[in-house]
Design a protein around this ligand. Structure first.
Ligand code: CUA
Length: 312
């Protein structure tokens, strides 16, 4: 398509096509009714203008008409609601077996991290036809991760993890923006998404020897003395973390919570909030000591632990 007729950014995912179809539907429906209303206003204005017909005829009791103008818009809006919900939920709930990438927004750049190790700034490389799940957070203020070609946008909120998933269907280079005003250099918080063929992607992934997040996390685990309490053996004063990820944890107050990214993050920053049953409240806070990227590294490490101890 020539750029002068390009009303939409290219569509590089199935989700983008679904969003566009819904958008066209909404546009056609609202266009049709806007047009209809305009025509009726003009028609009536001419037909009943004062000079010719001073009084319009009063009509009562047209049950059919009443039902029609309540019922038809109702049905149309229900279609919009159901269709819109489906498109939204399809984009919201990732399928099983996604490839994960971590995203940290900070003034004023995007820092991305692949589990295999590669780290990027303002660039995201992904293989084509693969379900990619992004886990996003922010180091400082609210940013918004926006890829128009994928019709995807997600705010990154400090203190919370948000997820986003996509399956890019067209190799190419696409724009990446920050879509939330976040300070002086907001407009420079931009980059590119590279959708690559599988083989190209593998080569790219192997092209650097960045340390894997799980390995970086393992180092932090020792560096911050986590291993002292969460280790196995007689000195263990805290739960062993192996195999816990994705399970329910029983808290001291009787609640059960899912041991996931958010839970680990909260434990690191406000350990007193959700105490695990059977252990003393000894865990110190690491607030202000860990960057968001280090927290992600630690999470990756804890996720990688299996079995009942802290070994891989
Ligand atoms: Cu980050 Cu705008």
């Amino acid at each position: 398509m020539h750029s002068w007729v390009e009303l939409f950014p290219v569509s590089a995912s199935q989700h983008a096509d679904a969003v566009d179809q819904l958008y066209y539907f909404l546009l056609i429906v609202s266009g049709f009714f806007s047009f209809l209303i305009c025509v009726l206003i003009i028609t009536f204005a001419i037909r009943y203008r004062r000079a010719r017909h001073p009084v319009a005829e009063q009509t009562r009791e047209m049950i059919g008409l009443e039902f029609a103008w309540a019922g038809i818009p109702f049905l149309i809006t229900i279609v919009m609601f159901v269709w819109g919900s489906k498109v939204y939920m399809d984009g919201e709930i990732p399928p099983k077996g996604t490839q994960d990438v971590y995203v940290v927004g900070k003034q004023w750049m995007w820092k991305l991290q692949h589990p295999e190790g590669r780290r990027e700034i303002n660039e995201l490389h992904v293989p084509v036809n693969t379900a990619i799940k992004l886990t996003l957070t922010s180091q400082d203020v609210i940013h918004s991760f926006y890829i128009p070609a994928l019709r995807m946008k997600q705010d990154t909120v400090p203190g919370q993890y948000r997820t986003l998933w996509f399956n890019a269907t067209r190799p190419g280079t696409y724009h990446l923006f920050c879509a939330e005003y976040c300070g002086t250099n907001h407009s420079k918080m931009i980059g590119h998404v590279y959708v690559m063929e599988e083989s190209e992607y593998e080569a790219w992934l192997a092209g650097a020897d960045d340390i894997r997040p799980a390995e970086a996390g393992a180092k932090l685990f020792v560096q911050y003395d986590c291993v002292n309490c969460h280790g196995t053996g007689l000195r263990a004063r805290a739960p062993a973390l192996g195999g816990l990820y994705g399970t329910d944890v029983l808290l001291a107050d009787g609640r059960r919570v899912l041991f996931d990214e958010d839970y680990i993050r909260e434990k690191l920053l406000t350990p007193a909030a959700k105490r695990v049953a059977g252990f003393a409240p000894d865990m110190p806070t690491f607030k202000g000591q860990l960057t968001e990227e280090q927290i992600i590294d630690l999470i990756a490490y804890i996720k990688s632990l299996t079995g009942g101890n802290n070994e891989h």
